[in-house]
Write a protein that binds this ligand. Structure first.
Ligand SMILES: [Zn+2]
Length: 156
């Protein structure tokens, strides 16, 4: 997503944890502890992946996107489908997304990434750079935020 910013990647932590599991330092029960809520979120709002579960290898991982932010009010902390995020990003100023991978077989789960989305993602600085970038990059216009790019372009 074009407006994704302040991305924090947790793959190093995940790798370190998996190493400890494979070394036997940490039991699989400790890391395969997805709550019923998380498993439900994976079933109903999850994004399927082609990646095998690193623990049981029986099932592919599912990504769950949790959203947080004051503007979300009672929706804060809910899981959303990936396809809903661009719509929210156009209507809200800023919200935080936490991406958790879940195995629906063994209940392995790990935070893999977090980032900010929202209209505020386009800061004054980015809008400055954007003026040139939008004009230069045709690919940006094909994204779901394309209509707003056109409007910005119109004001130049
Ligand atoms: Zn598994």
């Amino acid at each position: 997503m074009r407006t994704q910013r302040q991305v924090v990647d947790y793959s190093l932590q995940k790798r370190a944890l998996l190493r400890d599991v494979h070394n036997g330092k940490i039991g699989t029960l400790e890391v395969c502890d997805a709550s019923p809520y998380l498993k439900n979120a994976a079933r109903f709002h999850g994004e399927p992946t082609d990646e095998r579960c690193p623990i049981c290898r029986r099932d592919n991982l599912t990504l769950v996107h949790y959203i947080y932010g004051d503007e979300l009010k009672q929706s804060a902390g809910q899981a959303r489908k990936l396809a809903e995020l661009p719509v929210l990003a156009m209507t809200l100023r800023e919200f935080q997304v936490f991406v958790v991978e879940v195995c629906q077989s063994c209940a392995w789960n790990h935070l893999i990434e977090q980032y900010l989305l929202g209209r505020d993602a386009l800061t004054a600085d980015e809008l400055d750079k954007g003026a040139a970038a939008v004009a230069a990059s045709a690919s940006g216009r094909h994204r779901e935020t394309g209509s707003s790019s056109h409007r910005r372009e119109g004001r130049q």
